[in-house]
Design a protein around this ligand. Structure first.
Ligand code: ZN
Length: 488
């Protein structure tokens, strides 16, 4: 080589060097390598590699092999130790070549640096729902299994599988083929969808961040933390609000920079809190056929042939049945929409018919008795008394002494009697009841007279065997003594 040639070459090399400096700058971090087109132009130029770890220059080498081998060995060893995962370097390692005259390489030091810094992570698949990252799984199948398990909370797993097959095989006539002839008690799930889009992305994570399908299902069930606004209610303090949302005081204060631990809260004041909300809603569309009762109607007919207050069922009511075909939409297991598609009556209900009497007879009691005095109190109950039997009740202490008919009726006896009753009235109410009023001072009705409920029939007194002014009152039903206290 002549001196002139040598100088030309030198100048050429300098130019290339300048060019490449610019190129390297733009290549950093991209990890590209390129072959130098001038490789054989001059034997005195050597190729070196600038090694970058996550964009940071750690040194220059003239042989990549020891480094790539080291990384490969580490990965192989790790995968041998745990064959469930595929591993890769966490760091982005790139080699940028350069042709130089006087290489100044540090192969050993670079390898040493890498040995110190290299971290291996699992090559995983991250599941994202909308903008929320759920977690990373060793492969897409595991991630999908976690999602399937989550859906299975709301849909039978067999049904899910059938639907997945259906949608892949017969997407076009999916509805027709799945709409079977439903019988009572049957239900058919037509569609299971999610409220948000689920996507999978390759990523690298430390081993302890890789989720199994079961763990993924748990994360999905727990939901994602979302910001919420809490409106302060009466009686609430910061501590109670924090514990309501599973926050500690520091977290609550961090979410609300404008308040401090001793701030007095106002009712209606809004605080920022966080709470778990589902990552995604599982929407299930289904149809079902159920049997339902049809309640019978009641009809009241009036009859003048029966006394007012009397009634009679002339036709017993009976519930009917119907088959109802529903279309349902459930969101996370809760029915959000329910629509009747069709209805078929399988048994007609039978109407209940009640006949009510309208006939009014002034001498006939309503069956509902009134207090036979004006105020007063029961001074003696019906029952055993002084070795004999007291056949009625005694009423004493009225506001005035008028004696009143307990119900409509006909006077069948009125006058003084021996045997202790003194002045006595007996009224037949013409409905099975008869009432007796005794010890009266005077009587203002006569036998055969029709009396109306509440009308005055005499005055309270103490005639006959009596120990003071009072009314002795008896009630008989079809000839049998009954306790007036059960009727008044
Ligand atoms: Zn008495």
């Amino acid at each position: 080589m002549t001196g002139k040639e040598s100088r030309n070459n030198y100048e050429k090399a300098r130019k290339i060097d300048l060019l490449k400096k610019t190129a390297i700058t733009s290549l950093i971090g991209i990890g590209l390598t390129f072959n130098v087109a001038y490789a054989n132009e001059d034997a005195s130029l050597e190729t070196v590699y600038h090694v970058y770890v996550d964009g940071e220059h750690i040194g220059t080498i003239d042989n990549k092999e020891p480094i790539t081998s080291y990384i490969d060995e580490q990965i192989a060893a790790k995968e041998k130790e745990n064959d469930a995962y595929s591993y890769a370097a966490k760091q982005d390692i790139s080699y940028v070549p350069e042709r130089v005259f006087h290489p100044n390489t540090k192969n050993k030091e670079v390898l040493q640096t890498l040995e110190d810094e290299l971290t291996l992570e699992v090559e995983a698949y991250q599941m994202k729902i909308g903008d929320n990252a759920v977690g990373s799984f060793k492969d897409k199948a595991t991630a999908e299994q976690a999602l399937r398990q989550y859906k299975a909370k709301y849909v039978d797993e067999e049904v899910l599988e059938q639907l997945e097959q259906l949608s892949s095989e017969e997407q076009d006539n999916e509805n027709d083929s799945n709409k079977k002839d439903l019988q009572v008690g049957d239900s058919a799930t037509l569609d299971v969808t999610l409220s948000k889009e689920v996507t999978y992305h390759e990523n690298k994570v430390p081993e302890d961040k890789v989720l199994t399908a079961d763990e993924g299902e748990e994360v999905l069930e727990k939901g994602a933390l979302e910001d919420k606004v809490h409106e302060v209610q009466e009686g609430e303090v910061l501590g109670s609000i924090a514990s309501k949302y599973n926050l500690d005081m520091a977290q609550l204060l961090e979410l609300n920079p404008s308040i401090e631990e001793d701030t007095v809260l106002q009712i209606g004041q809004e605080l920022h809190v966080t709470a778990y909300a589902p990552f995604v809603n599982v929407i299930v569309k289904k149809e079902e056929v159920v049997e339902e009762e049809i309640a019978y109607e009641k009809e009241v007919q009036e009859s003048e042939d029966m006394y007012k207050g009397d009634s009679k069922v002339t036709q017993e009511g009976a519930d009917g049945t119907k088959e109802v075909h529903y279309s349902l939409e459930l969101v996370n297991g809760q029915v959000k929409e329910k629509e009747v598609l069709s209805e078929k009556v399988t048994k007609e209900p039978v109407k209940e018919i009640v006949v009510k009497g309208t006939k009014v007879v002034p001498s006939r009691g309503s069956g509902d008795m009134a207090w036979p005095a004006v105020g007063g109190y029961i001074s003696s109950d019906m029952g055993s008394r002084w070795g004999s039997y007291h056949k009625g009740i005694d009423i004493a202490g009225p506001s005035n002494r008028a004696i009143l008919a307990a119900d409509n009726g006909t006077v069948v006896s009125a006058g003084y009697t021996n045997g202790g009753y003194g002045n006595k009235i007996v009224i037949n109410h013409n409905n099975g009841y008869q009432t007796t009023y005794a010890h009266l001072a005077s009587i203002s009705v006569s036998v055969g007279q029709t009396v109306t409920k509440g009308s005055e029939i005499g005055v309270m007194g103490d005639t006959g065997r009596s120990t003071g002014i009072h009314l002795h009152f008896e009630v008989h039903k079809n000839g049998e003594l009954v306790n007036p206290e059960d009727l008044l």
